[in-house]
Design a protein around this ligand. Structure first.
Ligand SMILES: Cc1cc2nc3c(=O)[nH]c(=O)nc-3n(C[C@H](O)[C@H](O)[C@H](O)COP(=O)(O)O)c2cc1C
Length: 212
């Protein structure tokens, strides 16, 4: 198979500045709903980029679980590699690839932990297996075998057999507070539409068209 021949012309509707909502969150909401309606696999999957103390970036997928004017929330292990990066550097980036819609969305901003109360509310809504999975995994640490992980899971299942599974103190939510958004819609002849939202000195969102 010749990779060079893998080529797709983007032909969906062009994106005009007048089509965009003045509030990027509302624009996000519209695109997110489109992604859900299109039945894209995991429409809430987003890439999270962090940077370590050496300035080296890394990236992984996480699931968006909440969004509002305060920001974009996902859940993770507070001792993972990403958590170590975040503890040292609050600047992060998010990326949604909604390729069935010929769209990508980039978000840059600062990240913070959400309150324990908010994390608990979400944790209690998770299936029991996912709650135990959070307890069982020292995320990002080396684990010698799958069976070790499974026996730890089984032990925890016994331990918490009666009653609710408590929220681990090493697990919870993060909120990304956006500083910049960029909405990208694929266009014909690689003349894609790109619109960036950034706040001006008056704290209002300004929209600029960028060259593709
Ligand atoms: C579709 C998908 C969804 C995922 N969702 C999450 C998530 O919400 N939270 C999380 O901590 N890891 C999630 N992961 C696993 C992460 O990509 C990653 O492996 C893990 O968080 C460890 O990353 P780190 O070592 O960089 O900290 C997901 C992976 C995939 C493929």
């Amino acid at each position: 198979m010749n990779i060079i021949q893998l080529r797709r012309e983007y032909t969906d509707k062009p994106l005009h500045k007048e089509d965009l909502h003045v509030n990027p969150l509302k624009q996000f909401e519209q695109w997110f709903n489109d992604a859900i309606e299109t039945k894209i696999l995991e429409p809430n999957a987003m890439s999270l980029a962090t940077v370590d103390t050496q300035g080296c970036p890394s990236i992984r997928t996480v699931l968006l679980k909440l969004f509002d004017e305060k920001g974009f929330v996902f859940f993770s292990n507070y001792q993972s590699q990403k958590a170590k990066d975040i503890a040292q550097n609050r600047h992060v980036a998010l990326h949604f690839a909604w390729l069935d819609l010929q769209r990508q969305l980039r978000i840059e901003g600062d990240i913070e932990k959400i309150s324990t109360k908010e994390s608990l509310t979400y944790f209690l809504s998770r299936p029991r297996g996912s709650q135990l999975g959070a307890w069982a995994s020292n995320q990002s640490e080396i684990v010698s075998s799958r069976s070790l992980l499974e026996s730890k899971f089984f032990e925890l299942k016994q331990k918490f057999a009666n009653g609710v599974v408590p929220l681990p103190d090493f697990w919870g939510g993060y909120r990304v507070k956006p500083r910049r958004f960029e909405f990208w819609q694929g266009g014909r002849d690689r003349l894609h539409d790109r619109f960036a939202y950034e706040k001006n000195l008056r704290g209002e969102w300004e929209i600029s068209r960028l060259a593709p």
